[in-house]
Design a protein around this ligand. Structure first.
Ligand code: ZN
Length: 300
Protein backbone atom coordinates (compact mmCIF):
# COMPACT_ATOMS: atom_id res chain seq x y z
CA UNK A 1 0.00 0.00 0.00
CA UNK A 2 1.42 3.41 -0.90
CA UNK A 3 1.93 5.76 2.03
CA UNK A 4 2.28 9.45 2.76
CA UNK A 5 3.66 11.00 5.92
CA UNK A 6 1.62 13.73 7.58
CA UNK A 7 3.36 16.51 9.51
CA UNK A 8 0.87 17.89 12.01
CA UNK A 9 1.38 21.67 12.07
CA UNK A 10 -1.58 22.83 14.19
CA UNK A 11 0.52 23.54 17.30
CA UNK A 12 2.72 26.03 15.40
CA UNK A 13 1.48 27.20 12.01
CA UNK A 14 -2.07 26.57 13.14
CA UNK A 15 -1.94 28.53 16.38
CA UNK A 16 0.47 31.25 15.31
CA UNK A 17 -2.22 33.47 13.83
CA UNK A 18 -4.74 33.06 16.65
CA UNK A 19 -5.27 36.34 18.47
CA UNK A 20 -6.35 34.62 21.66
CA UNK A 21 -3.29 33.26 23.47
CA UNK A 22 -3.48 29.52 24.01
CA UNK A 23 -1.81 28.33 27.20
CA UNK A 24 1.28 26.14 27.18
CA UNK A 25 -0.74 23.41 28.88
CA UNK A 26 -3.34 23.52 26.11
CA UNK A 27 -0.64 23.40 23.44
CA UNK A 28 0.86 20.35 25.10
CA UNK A 29 -2.56 18.76 25.29
CA UNK A 30 -3.06 19.43 21.58
CA UNK A 31 0.29 17.79 20.85
CA UNK A 32 -0.65 14.83 23.05
CA UNK A 33 -4.02 14.40 21.35
CA UNK A 34 -2.44 14.50 17.89
CA UNK A 35 0.12 11.88 18.92
CA UNK A 36 -2.63 9.71 20.41
CA UNK A 37 -4.40 9.88 17.03
CA UNK A 38 -1.26 8.70 15.26
CA UNK A 39 0.75 11.82 14.38
CA UNK A 40 4.43 10.92 14.44
CA UNK A 41 5.93 14.16 13.18
CA UNK A 42 4.71 17.49 14.54
CA UNK A 43 5.68 21.12 14.16
CA UNK A 44 5.32 22.10 17.79
CA UNK A 45 6.57 25.68 18.11
CA UNK A 46 8.85 28.32 16.65
CA UNK A 47 11.85 30.03 18.16
CA UNK A 48 11.24 33.51 16.79
CA UNK A 49 10.99 37.01 18.20
CA UNK A 50 8.11 36.88 20.73
CA UNK A 51 7.28 40.51 20.00
CA UNK A 52 6.48 39.56 16.42
CA UNK A 53 4.73 36.31 17.25
CA UNK A 54 3.36 36.51 20.81
CA UNK A 55 1.62 33.13 20.51
CA UNK A 56 5.07 31.46 20.30
CA UNK A 57 6.60 33.25 23.29
CA UNK A 58 6.44 30.01 25.32
CA UNK A 59 8.61 27.99 22.88
CA UNK A 60 11.01 26.91 25.64
CA UNK A 61 8.18 25.84 27.94
CA UNK A 62 6.48 23.87 25.16
CA UNK A 63 9.78 22.16 24.35
CA UNK A 64 10.32 21.28 28.02
CA UNK A 65 6.84 19.79 28.29
CA UNK A 66 7.09 17.54 25.23
CA UNK A 67 6.48 13.85 25.93
CA UNK A 68 9.49 11.49 25.92
CA UNK A 69 8.78 9.53 22.77
CA UNK A 70 11.46 7.97 20.66
CA UNK A 71 8.94 7.32 17.89
CA UNK A 72 7.83 10.95 17.46
CA UNK A 73 9.77 13.75 15.78
CA UNK A 74 9.24 17.26 17.14
CA UNK A 75 9.97 20.11 14.75
CA UNK A 76 10.49 23.79 15.58
CA UNK A 77 10.49 26.58 13.03
CA UNK A 78 13.54 28.87 13.17
CA UNK A 79 14.34 31.87 10.99
CA UNK A 80 17.90 32.68 11.99
CA UNK A 81 20.97 31.46 13.80
CA UNK A 82 19.78 32.66 17.18
CA UNK A 83 16.50 30.76 16.78
CA UNK A 84 18.39 27.66 15.67
CA UNK A 85 20.65 27.79 18.71
CA UNK A 86 17.69 28.24 21.05
CA UNK A 87 15.88 25.31 19.47
CA UNK A 88 18.96 23.08 19.64
CA UNK A 89 19.38 23.95 23.32
CA UNK A 90 15.77 22.85 23.86
CA UNK A 91 14.33 19.38 23.35
CA UNK A 92 13.69 19.71 19.64
CA UNK A 93 14.47 16.88 17.22
CA UNK A 94 14.35 18.75 13.97
CA UNK A 95 14.75 22.36 12.84
CA UNK A 96 12.40 23.76 10.24
CA UNK A 97 14.17 26.37 8.13
CA UNK A 98 12.48 28.58 5.57
CA UNK A 99 13.80 30.19 2.42
CA UNK A 100 11.57 32.48 0.42
CA UNK A 101 11.22 32.29 -3.35
CA UNK A 102 10.25 35.94 -3.79
CA UNK A 103 12.45 38.85 -2.72
CA UNK A 104 9.65 41.18 -1.62
CA UNK A 105 8.06 38.62 0.69
CA UNK A 106 11.51 37.65 2.01
CA UNK A 107 12.23 41.29 2.89
CA UNK A 108 8.87 41.86 4.55
CA UNK A 109 8.71 38.54 6.39
CA UNK A 110 12.32 37.97 7.33
CA UNK A 111 14.19 41.19 6.50
CA UNK A 112 16.37 39.32 3.99
CA UNK A 113 16.64 38.88 0.28
CA UNK A 114 15.58 35.55 -1.19
CA UNK A 115 19.24 34.56 -1.61
CA UNK A 116 20.05 35.51 1.98
CA UNK A 117 17.12 33.47 3.27
CA UNK A 118 18.46 30.45 1.39
CA UNK A 119 21.90 30.89 2.95
CA UNK A 120 20.39 31.09 6.44
CA UNK A 121 18.33 27.97 5.76
CA UNK A 122 21.40 26.07 4.58
CA UNK A 123 23.35 27.24 7.62
CA UNK A 124 20.46 26.07 9.84
CA UNK A 125 20.72 22.57 8.37
CA UNK A 126 24.47 22.57 9.02
CA UNK A 127 23.93 23.67 12.65
CA UNK A 128 21.33 20.95 13.19
CA UNK A 129 23.55 18.28 11.68
CA UNK A 130 26.54 19.37 13.76
CA UNK A 131 24.32 18.92 16.83
CA UNK A 132 23.18 15.47 15.67
CA UNK A 133 19.65 16.66 14.92
CA UNK A 134 17.54 16.74 11.78
CA UNK A 135 16.47 19.66 9.63
CA UNK A 136 14.09 20.41 6.82
CA UNK A 137 13.97 23.36 4.45
CA UNK A 138 10.73 24.84 3.16
CA UNK A 139 10.58 27.08 0.09
CA UNK A 140 7.95 29.69 0.96
CA UNK A 141 5.82 31.51 -1.61
CA UNK A 142 6.64 28.66 -4.00
CA UNK A 143 3.33 29.09 -5.84
CA UNK A 144 2.87 32.85 -5.71
CA UNK A 145 3.81 36.01 -3.81
CA UNK A 146 1.30 38.48 -2.36
CA UNK A 147 3.42 41.39 -3.61
CA UNK A 148 5.08 40.12 -6.81
CA UNK A 149 2.37 37.79 -8.10
CA UNK A 150 3.49 34.75 -10.07
CA UNK A 151 6.77 33.18 -8.98
CA UNK A 152 8.62 31.54 -11.90
CA UNK A 153 8.81 27.76 -11.53
CA UNK A 154 12.44 27.78 -12.72
CA UNK A 155 13.29 29.92 -9.71
CA UNK A 156 11.52 27.54 -7.32
CA UNK A 157 13.30 24.52 -8.82
CA UNK A 158 16.65 26.30 -8.53
CA UNK A 159 16.01 27.17 -4.88
CA UNK A 160 14.88 23.64 -4.10
CA UNK A 161 18.08 22.29 -5.66
CA UNK A 162 20.29 24.63 -3.66
CA UNK A 163 18.32 23.78 -0.52
CA UNK A 164 18.73 20.06 -1.27
CA UNK A 165 22.49 20.52 -1.60
CA UNK A 166 22.56 21.14 2.15
CA UNK A 167 21.13 17.59 2.58
CA UNK A 168 18.04 18.34 4.68
CA UNK A 169 15.60 15.56 5.56
CA UNK A 170 13.37 16.93 2.84
CA UNK A 171 12.56 20.06 0.89
CA UNK A 172 9.08 21.50 1.25
CA UNK A 173 7.13 23.64 -1.19
CA UNK A 174 4.81 26.01 0.63
CA UNK A 175 1.80 27.83 -0.73
CA UNK A 176 2.20 30.51 1.92
CA UNK A 177 -0.77 32.59 0.74
CA UNK A 178 -3.09 29.92 -0.63
CA UNK A 179 -3.00 30.75 -4.33
CA UNK A 180 -1.84 27.43 -5.82
CA UNK A 181 -4.00 25.38 -8.16
CA UNK A 182 -3.65 21.64 -8.86
CA UNK A 183 -2.23 21.91 -12.39
CA UNK A 184 0.51 24.21 -11.14
CA UNK A 185 1.19 22.00 -8.11
CA UNK A 186 1.45 18.84 -10.19
CA UNK A 187 3.99 20.42 -12.51
CA UNK A 188 6.01 22.05 -9.74
CA UNK A 189 6.18 18.94 -7.56
CA UNK A 190 7.13 16.71 -10.50
CA UNK A 191 9.93 19.10 -11.50
CA UNK A 192 11.27 19.40 -7.96
CA UNK A 193 11.04 15.65 -7.29
CA UNK A 194 13.13 15.09 -10.39
CA UNK A 195 15.59 17.84 -9.47
CA UNK A 196 16.33 16.77 -5.88
CA UNK A 197 15.82 12.98 -5.81
CA UNK A 198 16.37 11.02 -3.62
CA UNK A 199 15.58 13.80 -1.15
CA UNK A 200 11.80 13.73 -0.56
CA UNK A 201 9.43 16.58 -1.37
CA UNK A 202 7.01 17.86 1.29
CA UNK A 203 4.09 20.18 0.54
CA UNK A 204 2.31 22.82 2.62
CA UNK A 205 -1.00 24.28 1.53
CA UNK A 206 -3.34 26.95 2.84
CA UNK A 207 -6.99 26.83 1.91
CA UNK A 208 -7.48 30.52 1.18
CA UNK A 209 -9.14 29.87 -2.19
CA UNK A 210 -10.66 26.44 -1.60
CA UNK A 211 -7.96 24.62 -3.57
CA UNK A 212 -5.86 23.11 -0.76
CA UNK A 213 -7.31 19.61 -0.75
CA UNK A 214 -7.13 19.40 -4.56
CA UNK A 215 -3.53 20.62 -4.33
CA UNK A 216 -2.68 17.87 -1.84
CA UNK A 217 -3.99 15.28 -4.28
CA UNK A 218 -2.09 16.79 -7.21
CA UNK A 219 1.10 16.89 -5.13
CA UNK A 220 0.80 13.28 -3.99
CA UNK A 221 0.08 12.12 -7.54
CA UNK A 222 3.19 14.00 -8.69
CA UNK A 223 5.43 12.33 -6.11
CA UNK A 224 5.29 14.37 -2.90
CA UNK A 225 5.59 11.95 0.02
CA UNK A 226 5.15 14.27 3.00
CA UNK A 227 2.15 16.56 3.57
CA UNK A 228 1.75 19.30 6.19
CA UNK A 229 -1.74 19.62 7.65
CA UNK A 230 -3.37 21.19 10.69
CA UNK A 231 -6.16 19.70 12.77
CA UNK A 232 -9.42 21.48 12.03
CA UNK A 233 -7.80 23.54 9.26
CA UNK A 234 -6.42 25.90 11.88
CA UNK A 235 -4.01 28.60 10.86
CA UNK A 236 -2.98 31.46 8.70
CA UNK A 237 0.10 33.58 8.40
CA UNK A 238 0.28 36.93 10.21
CA UNK A 239 2.66 38.26 7.56
CA UNK A 240 0.72 37.10 4.52
CA UNK A 241 -2.34 39.28 3.85
CA UNK A 242 -5.53 37.23 3.62
CA UNK A 243 -3.87 33.86 4.12
CA UNK A 244 -6.38 31.61 5.83
CA UNK A 245 -6.11 28.20 7.41
CA UNK A 246 -3.95 25.22 6.61
CA UNK A 247 -5.48 22.28 4.85
CA UNK A 248 -7.33 20.31 7.55
CA UNK A 249 -5.64 17.13 8.74
CA UNK A 250 -8.88 15.18 8.99
CA UNK A 251 -9.86 16.22 5.44
CA UNK A 252 -6.47 15.06 4.13
CA UNK A 253 -6.88 11.77 6.01
CA UNK A 254 -10.32 11.24 4.43
CA UNK A 255 -8.87 11.95 0.98
CA UNK A 256 -5.93 9.60 1.43
CA UNK A 257 -7.65 6.82 3.43
CA UNK A 258 -10.38 6.35 0.87
CA UNK A 259 -7.84 6.53 -1.96
CA UNK A 260 -5.88 3.64 -0.48
CA UNK A 261 -2.91 5.69 0.73
CA UNK A 262 -1.75 4.94 4.27
CA UNK A 263 -0.70 7.60 6.77
CA UNK A 264 -0.75 5.88 10.17
CA UNK A 265 -2.83 8.81 11.43
CA UNK A 266 -6.30 7.78 12.56
CA UNK A 267 -9.12 9.79 11.03
CA UNK A 268 -11.63 9.34 13.86
CA UNK A 269 -8.94 10.32 16.36
CA UNK A 270 -8.04 13.38 14.29
CA UNK A 271 -11.69 14.42 14.08
CA UNK A 272 -12.03 14.12 17.86
CA UNK A 273 -8.85 16.17 18.37
CA UNK A 274 -10.04 18.84 15.90
CA UNK A 275 -13.39 19.07 17.69
CA UNK A 276 -11.58 19.54 21.00
CA UNK A 277 -9.36 22.19 19.37
CA UNK A 278 -12.33 24.17 18.01
CA UNK A 279 -13.63 24.27 21.55
CA UNK A 280 -10.32 25.57 22.91
CA UNK A 281 -10.05 28.22 20.19
CA UNK A 282 -13.65 29.20 20.77
CA UNK A 283 -14.72 29.36 17.15
CA UNK A 284 -15.68 27.08 14.32
CA UNK A 285 -12.82 25.74 12.23
CA UNK A 286 -12.79 25.33 8.47
CA UNK A 287 -12.30 21.56 8.14
CA UNK A 288 -15.22 19.89 6.36
CA UNK A 289 -15.02 16.20 7.22
CA UNK A 290 -15.48 16.84 10.95
CA UNK A 291 -18.91 18.34 10.28
CA UNK A 292 -20.15 15.53 8.03
CA UNK A 293 -21.57 12.13 8.97
CA UNK A 294 -18.96 9.38 9.21
CA UNK A 295 -18.46 7.48 5.97
CA UNK A 296 -18.62 4.58 5.62
CA UNK A 297 -21.17 4.57 8.45
CA UNK A 298 -20.20 2.56 11.52
CA UNK A 299 -21.54 -1.01 11.38
CA UNK A 300 -24.50 -1.53 13.70
ZN1 ZN B 1 1.62 27.82 6.64
Amino acid sequence: MPSVEIVEVAPRDGLQNEARLVSTAQKLELIGRAIAAGARRLEVTSFVNPRRVPQMADADEVAKGLPERGDVTFIALVLNRRGAERALAARIDELGAVCVASDTFAMRNQGQTSAESLEVARETVALAKAAGRGAQITVATAFGCPFEGEVPLARVVEMAKRAADAAPREVGLADTIGVAVPGQVGEAVARVVEAIAPIPVRVHFHDTRNTAIANVWAAVQAGATVVDAALGGLGGCPFAPGASGNVATEDVLYLLDRSGIATGYDRAGAIAAATWLADVIGRDLSGKVRCAPAFPPAAT
